[in-house]
Design a protein around this ligand. Structure first.
Ligand code: GTP
Ligand code: MG
Length: 170
């Protein structure tokens, strides 16, 4: 039969990587060039139908500014899934993403479905992080990887859909 699944999902990543933009694209189908930096965290929900289930995502969009780092465990604790976001035009944001992966591996739910999103894939002329490097890193660390663009919507629904497919069916 068809299952209803509620899944807490957290987005983590450097300031400006595009966490809020990915959520805004997924939940409202919108993009804004001058998205404001998140304060604390913001909550959204969105439902997605996959083959055998209806998944209701309860989404925590966290703030990337370092002064909010200590709040992060409140949002990833008990989360079924995480999207760790970096900006493909910003090497430091990729290093920051790896730190989040380490923190989740040490402190997060061990069954968490983790996705690595290389965002701003539309800005090809300023690329700093090779897709192959991120793919290799993701594979070695048990995440799945996609390059996304909140601006063009490329791979945005897909990354949430891929998570929904991987969630444990209780
Ligand atoms: P914090 O809330 O400060 O942690 O940042 P954030 O990760 O939520 O980033 P946000 O979504 O606010 O995006 C930062 C800037 O990048 C905004 O000006 C967005 O318009 C822009 N941006 C986000 N995603 C994309 C994208 O896929 N492509 C392009 N070209 N710009 C993007
Ligand atoms: Mg934000």
């Amino acid at each position: 039969g068809n299952k209803n699944i509620n899944a807490k999902l957290v987005l983590l990543g450097d300031v400006g990587a595009g966490k809020s933009s990915l959520v805004l694209r997924f939940v409202k189908g919108q993009f804004v060039e001058f998205q404001e930096s998140t304060i604390g965290a913001a909550f959204f929900s969105q439902t997605l139908a996959v083959n055998d289930a209806t998944v209701k995502f309860e989404i925590w969009d966290t703030a990337g500014q370092e002064r909010y780092h200590s709040l992060a465990p409140m949002y990833y604790r008990g989360a079924a899934a995480a999207i760790i976001v970096y900006d493909i035009t910003n090497q430091a944001s990729f290093e920051r993403a790896k730190k989040w992966v380490q923190e989740l591996q040490a402190q997060g739910n061990p069954n968490m479905v983790m996705a690595l999103a290389g965002n701003k894939a539309d800005v090809l002329d300023a690329r700093k992080v090779a897709a192959e490097e991120a793919q290799t890193y993701a594979q070695e660390n048990g995440l799945f990887f996609m390059e996304t663009s909140a601006k063009t919507a490329s791979n945005v629904n897909d990354i949430f859909y891929e998570i929904a497919k991987r969630l444990p069916r209780v």
